[in-house]
Design a protein around this ligand. Structure first.
Ligand code: 4AD
Ligand code: MG
Length: 451
């Protein structure tokens, strides 16, 4: 029997015998009665197990340590007057796996830093227990959103020969010690992908609406709370869609995900509201009901110039790459909610973005949100062969590895757009957790790879 099932149908199970397996969160003994806070992984809240000195095996049971795996046989009792709606009175408690006394999760609150050292046990601590289920629920939200709208899920490769973003932040995949890649496994330089976008575009020109959802890797040596070397990204791509259509989908997707997790992970969201971010549920609900603002990069620069002295980087000028303090100022202070910044200078954006009529900007859209900064990066793609080729020439790009990508513009190309949603950042945004290391099961960041 699972605790989740019991809780869903308390009156049906009231007075009935049950057998449960799970783990001990705490075991408290007093003279006449003892309590085990018990969790079997099926739902967020614990179940209270009650046992008395009269129970057979009481001596052993009273010594069961925090973290131990146990089997409980007993009787369900509805307790409508109490803090918890039900408890189980144990007839027997069998130890399936005792936790040694150095089990690291003891009653006191541990720091995030300490927990990052023990990724093999931290899922059992409340914060992580809530986060990692939210990860699962949010994955389903994403798939449901796109599948319901007829998007085809494409698994793009993890090993690739292209640096899609052209930012030179790739990890090399090799089986040799030197850099003679002609003699290497693939006979050429191979890398872990930074984005599935280029590989998914051919599928958008086939199925019209597609998406990827997988791991991506970036060797950027930036030790921030929002960057990881390995993270998950959702990359939808839409044929016959311009930048505005693209933003409509982004906005719908974010709102859908918010409503979905509020409905499917209510206990977890309530926990975040209580323990992590006092405003969490209201904050995301407000976003689900609001209209996202759209602002050009040029307007944003004007706003930043007005208050440049408040930033660490005060050198505000048209053409600069916005830093997180600037992005956060725009969405937190100027807009007070999510905002799309559009039409960025072409010099600071990737080669594949479509050039606007002004010849200076590209049809890009970054969605900035409070607390997190950039949550989504997207654009309308350059569908004009000659313009794309000239751009790549001007940037001195190695075109031989991307001829196939350019050819798409000659083989029935069309106006198309897409975007990348940072999955881990979306989790930060929903939970209020401030560091990407605390929403990933096994975070990989510079100088940090714990098993
Ligand atoms: O803005 P980015 O680099 O865009 C792309 O990769 C495009 N190919 C997407 C597309 O148009 N198909 O990354 C997209 C999102 C960012 O907005 C951010 O949320 C997340 O991915 N992201 C990271 N998340 C965690 N750690 C990092 N190092 C990240 N880099 C980007
Ligand atoms: Mg970006």
């Amino acid at each position: 029997m699972l605790v989740k099932k019991l809780k869903e149908k308390i009156s049906e199970y009231d007075g009935k015998p049950v057998t449960l397996q799970g783990w001990v969160r705490t075991n408290r003994n007093s003279k006449n009665i003892s309590f085990i806070e018990f969790n079997d992984g099926s739902c967020f809240s614990n179940l209270q197990i009650v046992y008395s000195p009269e129970m057979e095996g009481y001596e052993q049971a009273s010594k069961i340590t925090t973290g131990s795996a146990i089997e409980v046989k007993g009787t369900v009792h509805a307790t409508p007057e109490a803090k918890q709606p039900l408890e189980v009175a144990a007839d027997s408690i069998t130890v399936l796996g005792m936790a040694d006394h150095d089990y690291p999760l003891q009653k006191k609150r541990h720091s995030y830093e300490f927990m990052r050292e023990i990724p093999h046990v931290r899922p059992r601590a409340n914060t992580y227990y809530a986060v990692f289920r939210l990860r699962s629920v949010l994955s389903m939200a994403i798939h449901t959103f796109f599948q319901d709208r007829g998007f085809v899920y494409v698994q793009t490769p993890i090993i690739t020969g292209n640096d899609a973003e052209g930012a030179g932040e790739c990890f090399t995949v090799t089986t040799i010690d030197d850099q003679e890649y002609e003699k290497d496994f693939f006979g050429k330089h191979a890398q872990l992908t930074v984005s599935g976008q280029l590989h998914v575009e051919p599928f958008a020109l086939t199925y019209r609406n597609v998406y990827t959802f997988g791991p991506t890797f970036r060797a950027e040596n930036s030790n921030t709370t929002r960057h990881a070397a390995e993270f998950w990204m959702i990359e939808p791509e839409l044929a016959f869609a311009d930048l505005s259509d693209n933003m409509d989908v982004i906005e719908d997707m974010i709102k859908y995900c918010i409503r979905y997790v509020l409905e499917h992970a209510p206990e977890e969201m309530a926990f975040f509201q209580k323990m992590i971010d006092k405003d969490c549920i209201d904050r995301v609900k407000k976003v689900a009901d609001s209209e996202f603002r759209r602002m050009t990069y040029t307007e944003a620069i004007k706003e930043l110039e007005k208050v440049k002295d408040r930033f660490d980087n005060k050198n505000i000028y048209w053409g600069m790459d916005l830093q997180s303090e600037h992005e956060r100022y725009i969405c937190e202070q100027v807009v007070g909610g999510p905002v799309f910044l559009i039409d960025y200078p072409k010099e600071i954006k990737a080669f594949y973005m479509r050039e606007n009529e002004d010849g200076k900007t590209v049809a890009a859209c970054d969605l900035l949100v409070p607390y997190v900064g950039e949550l989504v990066g997207g654009s309308q793609r350059e569908e004009r062969y000659d313009v794309l080729k000239k751009k790549m020439d001007d940037m001195g790009m190695e075109e031989s590895t991307l001829q196939w990508y350019m050819d798409l513009r000659r083989f029935g190309g069309c106006v198309h757009s897409g975007f990348g949603l940072g999955f881990d950042r979306m989790l930060m945004y929903l939970s209020g957790i401030q560091n990407i290391r605390d929403v990933q099961p096994y975070p990989r960041t510079p100088r940090n790879l714990i098993f």
